[in-house]
Design a protein around this ligand. Structure first.
Ligand SMILES: *Cc1c(COP(=O)(O)O)cnc(C)c1O
Length: 361
């Protein structure tokens, strides 16, 4: 037999896949590595789950998640035509690529950012138009111009930023979108954790700009990472091709639609967890600061902590914490190797983290 040639496309053979955070099988002391909400989903969501009728499973679900889209439209003061429901935010990212980017055309990104974007680009045979964030994690003023120069027709930005937690103002995003010649996907996976006092409201971007697509997910704010449900918000003309052509016919299942709708209807209950997470975020950042770790201000449910040199490196601390049953995230990447990304847990979990750090100091 001739030497085995892989059956998969060359691009797939060449690329490496996305590395998800660990989901340890054993119970752990504190799982602070994948930015899950530490509180359970609200009671109404669990009731909706128990109330699922066999007929809802026997039949195909609403192909366009009409009930959910009506609810999301109400919440945001838009119309259902502005909304597309997807199987997690990750599906929306993939849909945006297949809909707006010619195969092989460059994807605009800012680095560091969400490590799934380059993986999705590689699947599409697309190179990256990479722009480095400034030292304070802010956007370079010429980012849109550089994406344009590279010929990018789609770009992805995460705001608040992951993994730094930094929030960019809407006016600054609007300026980037106006200057950019393609579609700007603004990944707002962590938007629910922004302090309301910051007055962040991205809906004007959708109303005023034809090329902005917002990503919202139920995974973080609504404690539903296991459900796989998210949605995109954009001008109807931007959303329509995804909704009517490029998505799978039944991309979100009946159970997920029912639960996600209940979650939005009872948003106030989820919002109580956001208040708790913000309070703990500020406490954890201050406690880490007192131990010599510096954390840029975060508007998310995690902090990016720079590990002081005296502690033998972030990777070593990451391993010592895992040994103690405390899972955090360490990225073997430029500008991140000396840092740990730590999700905000319950007060007890956060105390366990701080105690383990002290025990390893
Ligand atoms: C969590 C996350 C998403 C979406 O996650 P899903 O669970 O697929 O909805 C998107 N972008 C970033 C930066 C995230 O952290």
């Amino acid at each position: 037999m001739p030497p085995a040639k892989p059956y998969e496309r060359e691009a797939i053979a060449r690329m490496s896949g996305y590395t998800p955070g660990e989901q340890p099988a054993r119970p752990v002391v504190a799982k602070l590595n994948t930015n899950e909400n530490p509180y359970p989903p609200c009671a109404a969501v669990m009731q909706a789950l128990h109330g699922i009728d066999g007929n809802a499973l026997r039949r195909y679900p609403s192909a366009m998640a009409d009930g959910f889209r009506a609810e999301a439209a109400r919440l945001h003061g838009l119309t259902p035509a502005h909304i597309i429901a997807t199987n997690g935010g990750d599906e929306l990212l993939r849909l945006a690529i297949t809909t707006f980017l010619e195969p092989g055309g460059p994807l605009g990104i800012a680095e560091p950012g969400y490590s799934l974007y380059p993986v999705l680009a590689a699947l599409h045979d697309s190179p990256l138009a990479r722009v480095k964030l400034a030292d304070d994690w802010s956007l370079p003023a010429d980012i849109a111009r550089r994406w344009n120069a590279a010929g990018a027709r789609l770009a992805m930005l995460v705001n608040p930023h992951a993994p730094s937690g930094r929030l960019t103002a809407v006016a600054e995003i609007a300026a980037v979108a106006r200057a950019f010649e393609g579609v700007l996907l603004l990944d707002e996976a962590y938007v629910d954790f922004i302090d309301p006092a910051r007055g962040y409201d991205s809906m004007p971007l959708v109303r005023e700009l034809p090329n902005v697509l917002l990503l919202r997910t139920m995974s973080k704010g609504y404690s539903l990472a296991g459900l796989r449900f998210a949605y995109g918000i954009g001008a109807p003309a931007l959303v329509a091709p995804m909704l009517t052509k490029s998505k799978d016919s039944y991309n979100v299942d009946a159970v997920a639609q029912a639960l996600a709708t209940a979650a939005l209807q009872h948003r106030d209950e989820a919002a109580r967890t956001w208040v708790a997470v913000r309070a703990e975020r500020d406490r954890v950042a201050a406690a880490l600061g007192a131990r010599g770790f510096s954390c840029p201000p975060s508007e998310t449910n995690f902090v990016l902590a720079a590990v002081p040199a005296s502690r033998g490196g972030a990777a070593a601390l990451y391993r010592a914490l895992a040994e103690a049953g405390i899972y955090v995230r360490w990225f073997d990447q430029d500008r991140l190797r000396d840092k740990l990304r730590i999700s905000i847990g319950t007060p007890e979990e956060n105390d366990a983290l701080l105690a383990a750090i002290d025990a390893n100091g």
